[in-house]
Design a binder for this molecule. Structure first.
Ligand code: GSH
Length: 203
């Protein structure tokens, strides 16, 4: 097996979290490099697109969280072989990326500007994406996004819906998902309680 080194910020969430969980579930050894802000700023230009996550495979750098997640998902048996199910997986993963970008645009704002931006976000893009993800879950049969089992798409959706419920985003109600899409909130609990995910968090 190749030597894997995954670099991301030292947070329990974000764009690398589903990749870390997938590595763990697959029993694939990897170096889990967690950087803090100043370290990132110092090393920023060494990363191809000056952003994280970055995966090094035998020293060669690859970027883009969904591309990496798909790759690790294939290695870990968490990505569908069937092309249509794979498409359904990709759709959910890319939708979560859109949602992350929308939330990311409100970072760094202060006071009233932050409040206004977050309220608009909650009523607009967040509501649209939470409801949209709910329809993807319904299409997958209600329990999982695709393939009738837990895949990397479920991990990615779970990390995002859990993030929304943590209370770390000012002006975003922690029960937003429950209110708009109860089945998606149940999905978050289903994935959180999956023994493989429980094992990751209790490692
Ligand atoms: N399309 C990229 C986006 C990567 C990205 O924006 N990463 C953020 C952290 S989640 C970052 O490194 N931000 C720091 C910066 O841009 O200075 C991906 O999916 O990996």
């Amino acid at each position: 097996m190749a030597r894997f080194r995954l670099t991301y910020f030292d947070i329990d969430g974000g764009r690398a979290e589903s990749i870390r969980i997938a590595f763990h579930i697959g029993g694939i050894e990897f170096e889990d490099v967690r950087v803090k802000g100043p370290e990132f700023r110092e090393a920023r230009e060494t990363f191809r697109f000056h952003a994280l996550p970055v995966l090094e495979i035998d020293g060669a750098q690859v970027t883009q969280s969904n591309a990496i997640l798909r790759y690790v998902g294939k290695l870990a048996g968490l990505y569908p072989v069937d092309d249509l199910q794979a498409l359904h997986c990709d759709e959910a993963m890319d939708a979560v990326e859109d949602l992350s970008h929308a939330v990311g645009r409100t970072f760094g704002l202060q006071g009233e500007a932050m409040k206004q931006a977050r309220e608009e976000l909650v009523a607009g893009r967040l509501a649209t994406y939470v409801k949209g993800l709910d329809t993807l879950l319904a299409r997958g049969g209600g329990e999982y996004v695709a393939d009738g089992r837990m895949t990397v798409a479920d991990l990615k959706v779970f990390v995002e819906t859990r993030n929304l419920a943590k209370g770390i985003l000012d002006h975003v109600p922690t029960d937003l998902v429950e209110g708009l899409a109860p089945a998606l909130a149940q999905h978050r609990e289903r994935i959180a309680n999956d023994p493989r995910v429980v094992a990751y968090y209790s490692r």
